[in-house]
Design a protein around this ligand. Structure first.
Ligand code: 26Q
Length: 810
């Protein structure tokens, strides 16, 4: 690839695109046109790879992976695709030659924000890794017109703006109108019995057309290309002309609007379920289109669906695409005419489920009535699956046993999606060792006893090519020099070679210099964006992730207020100067999360304007945290805050991005932090707080937050400060009440007060380590060297070996 596309060739191709698509020469083109032209050139290269890959997969009749997810948080693609195709250097040269700054062109691209957070970003990293590993794989989701909202902070509060990413973002999409599928909603089912075989007929339904908009995915150092298929929703009847001509204009366009609203907007809730009818429509829409499209191609190639499960595995990213189960059954029963047992065998062998959360409020439970009205045929099938499962469970446990009720799929007029998945899938996996244990021993205890082999663990991983190779070129160069080339980009375990240099002063100094330079570069970016001047001599202490009470951003704030208080009271109070950086979007309807954002900004305002804090303490809330901001921030971070209440964070993946970029972690034994701790040992991470077991025990015994408060003068003072408010006069007594007395729910549900003391001590250990730069750099080096297991390549190999049974590149 690199040889075919040198600077001159790329220059010519870009000029051609500018001329033919915009009627412009390079000196007349805008940055946006330049970006589009570059994207088109790369899209052409990937397009021919994609055609060749598809042909080969078909010819060799390979088994394919289909990754279904309501979210793919792709971020930007131009630099990433160029990097993977091995043309980043000549592309930059060509852009420069044409009179533009490559960095500015990359910055022109909007993030494809088709996701909320971890689950969506994981899907994006996995698609990349599957492609690099040459696994035939397709991602499926919705082509949301509006991605995750853009966040502005106005008077300390979050304001949401629409994210119209498609203006420029559609440069990567290829619309395949000829592969449109029809999805049916509403209406009712008429049974036609032929002997004892039923031929159900769906009548009176409303159709929505699903039009594929494909994004090609480039792998690293391979010509293999995969596809992300984003379904757009269109009405089959643009305007009802009979209504239109009778003067009913609104009604005439109503159907169109009803259909197209399906792909309008991504739900901005993260780890929280709400039984909204539009959400269920979105789910069925993309799932039905996906299964129909896979089945259509399969039938065309093999003439039957009897061998469907031999050629396809459908991985579902949480329960959101769980309707694949009844949809595949529908096609096998109604369209192919298979009997129930044949259809069920094929379905069971084709679908696998990944769970991403144990939070009760995130479990999907759809009201039966909604289900029945919106999806009458699917409801029939789910009811039959549920009936048979319940019969089986009753045979096993006895009628009326509470375990039957617990595992039931339809219960109390609700459809429980997780139980449907557990019943129907070939495999169920958690996303870190701890999380999978909790699934086995708690959430899915009973089904796991029945079928222990079904329950697996695949610890999450990240695309280290993006998060080191592309995001941190200086570190990438160091790794190149120390590990003997760029092999580590394909074989992340080679990062271990770096450890040979753990006591090499020159390497440690170079690592320190890389971090310092990255901090400066990040500070320049923040200055240009917001005018805020970051103190680059202080430690960059960072917590970036969605805002959620279980993630405990508030614990971090309590500690900052503690530091502030002691610094004010005692001029000799010793602590490492730090810049505390936050980045977090709150779900628009999550009032407490929004209050915490406001609190962070109130504290920031007070601290940053207090001369006593100058050069010692700075608090900054970074607006609109997103993939492209993370790519700038991770390389500049020194301390990574992973402080969720143990047992609540399924894995976390930000923790891995920080680790790979040499930040040290202060964290609880939660999610993948546990495995990070196992990798680096006590000496290279700052662990504090209750364990998951400790949390359970404490809850059983009875947790009384007020006891901790009464016994700790620091906590008392901090709460008083939150009550009294900061420079802007806003009181946070609502948050204080939530911690101390409960405010209608159990007090301090996430046990901040129980962990406060040990968090404080852990921060003192951080300070000690930071005071000795060589010690710190050594710890940092060890973290990088041992981060290889958190590569998405390792995760994908695990899926391929233990769940999908597909081969991959050596
Ligand atoms: C469900 C129903 C209705 C509306 C929204 C939702 C919804 C949307 C998004 C429910 C959950 C999510 C997102 C969950 C998520 O991001 N989970 C995270 O997944 C990561 C990848 O495995 C883990 O690392 C994180 O620990 C986990 O929180």
């Amino acid at each position: 690839m690199t040889d075919t596309y040198k600077k001159d060739r790329l220059t010519q191709l870009i000029l051609g695109k500018l001329q033919r698509n915009f009627g412009r020469t390079a000196d007349q083109a805008t940055k946006e046109q330049m970006f589009k032209a570059c994207a088109m050139v790369l899209r052409d290269i990937m397009g021919s790879n994609s055609l060749a890959t598809d042909k080969m997969v078909q010819f060799e009749q390979q088994r394919q992976v289909h990754y279904l997810s309501m979210e793919f948080l792709m971020g930007r693609s131009l630099e990433k695709n160029a990097f993977n195709l091995g043309v980043l250097k000549p592309l930059k040269e060509a852009i420069k030659f044409l009179g533009f700054d490559p960095g500015e062109i990359f910055e022109t691209e909007p993030d494809a924000g088709l996701g909320n957070g971890g689950l969506g970003r994981l899907a994006a990293c996995y698609l990349e890794a599957m492609t690099t590993l040459e696994i035939p794989a397709t991602g499926y989701s919705i082509c949301y017109e509006l991605g995750i909202f853009k966040q502005k902070i106005v008077d300390g509060q979050q304001v949401e703006l629409a994210d119209n990413w498609l203006d420029l973002g559609d440069s990567w999409l290829i619309t395949k109108t000829d592969e449109t599928e029809e999805v049916k909603f509403g209406g009712h089912i008429v049974d036609h019995w032929e002997g004892n075989v039923n031929h159900p007929e769906h009548v009176g339904y409303t159709s929505v057309l699903a039009v594929p908009r494909d994004m090609i995915i480039a792998g690293y150092d391979t010509d293999h290309a995969n596809t992300l298929r984003l379904w757009d929703a269109k009405s089959p009847t643009p305007v009802d002309m009979s209504l239109y001509s009778s003067g009913e204009y609104l009604k005439a366009v109503e159907q169109q609007a009803m259909a197209e609203v399906i792909a309008k907007v991504l739900y901005p809730d993260d780890n929280h379920y709400e039984g909204k009818s539009l959400r269920l429509r979105q789910q069925y829409f993309f799932v039905s289109a996906t299964v129909q499209s896979i089945a259509r191609k399969h039938r065309a190639q093999y003439g039957t669906l009897k061998n469907f499960h031999e050629k396809h595995v459908l991985q579902i990213n949480d329960t959101h695409p769980a309707l694949v189960i009844p949809e595949l059954m529908r096609i096998l029963l109604d369209e192919e005419g298979y009997d129930w047992d044949t259809a069920w065998e094929i379905t069971k062998q084709s679908v696998a489920y990944t769970n991403h959360t144990v939070l009760a409020e995130a479990l999907e439970r759809w009201p039966q009535e909604l289900f029945e009205t919106l999806l009458p045929r699917i409801w029939d099938i789910v009811r039959e699956i549920a009936r048979r499962y319940q019969e089986e469970l009753e045979g096993h446990f006895g009628q009326g046993d509470s375990r039957v009720a617990h595992m039931a799929i339809v219960w109390d007029n609700e459809v429980r999606m997780a139980n449907l998945c557990v019943c129907a899938c070939r495999a169920v996996n958690g996303v870190s060792a701890l999380h999978s244990d909790i699934l086995r021993h708690d959430v899915f205890l009973e089904p796991c006893r029945l079928e222990p082999d079904k329950f697996k663990n695949v610890t999450n991983g990240i695309d280290h090519r993006r998060w080191i190779g592309e995001a941190n070129p200086a570190l990438a160069k160091l790794l190149h020099d120390c590990t003997g080339g760029d092999d580590y980009l394909l074989h992340a375990d080679k990062l271990a070679e770096l450890e040979k240099f753990a006591d090499d002063k020159k390497v440690l100094e170079r690592l320190g210099k890389i971090k310092a330079d990255n901090k400066k570069r990040f500070a320049e970016f923040v200055k240009a964006e917001s005018g805020i001047v970051l103190n680059t001599d202080a430690m960059f202490d960072v917590q970036v992730k969605r805002l959620h009470e279980y993630k405990r951003q508030l614990l971090n704030v309590l500690h900052i207020v503690y530091l502030y208080q002691h610094m004010k009271e005692d001029p000799h109070f010793e602590f490492q100067p730090r810049v505390c950086l936050f980045g977090a979007k709150a779900a628009p309807g999550y009032a407490v999360a929004k209050r915490i954002i406001r609190l962070i900004n109130s504290v920031a305002d007070t601290v940053n304007n207090d001369p006593a804090c100058k050069d010692r303490l700075q608090v900054v809330f970074l607006e609109n945290y997103r993939v492209s901001l993370a790519e700038k921030l991770m390389p500049a971070s020194e301390l990574s805050e992973q402080i969720s209440l143990a047992g609540k964070e399924a894995s976390g993946t930000g923790n891995m991005k920080f680790m790979m970029n040499g930040a040290l972690t202060i964290g609880t034994l939660d999610g993948a932090n546990v495995e990070m701790h196992e990798q680096v040992g006590d000496d290279n991470i700052f662990i504090f707080g209750l364990t998951a077991r400790g949390v359970s025990k404490l809850r059983e015994k009875g947790y009384f937050a007020s006891d901790y408060y009464m016994d700790d003068p620091d906590l008392k003072w901090i709460m008083k400060r939150l009550n009294d408010g900061f420079a802007d006069g806003e009181s946070y007594n609502d948050l204080v009440r939530r911690l101390i007395s409960g405010d209608g729910c159990p007090a301090d549900e996430y046990m901040l007060l129980a962990d406060f003391e040990s968090y404080k001590v852990a921060h003192q250990h951080v300070d000690e380590a930071y005071r000795d730069p060589m010690k710190w750099n050594r710890m940092s080096l060890i973290n990088i060297a041992r981060s290889g297991v958190f590569s998405a390549d390792r995760s994908i190999r695990n899926y391929a070996d233990t769940i999908w049974d597909v081969p991959y590149r050596a």
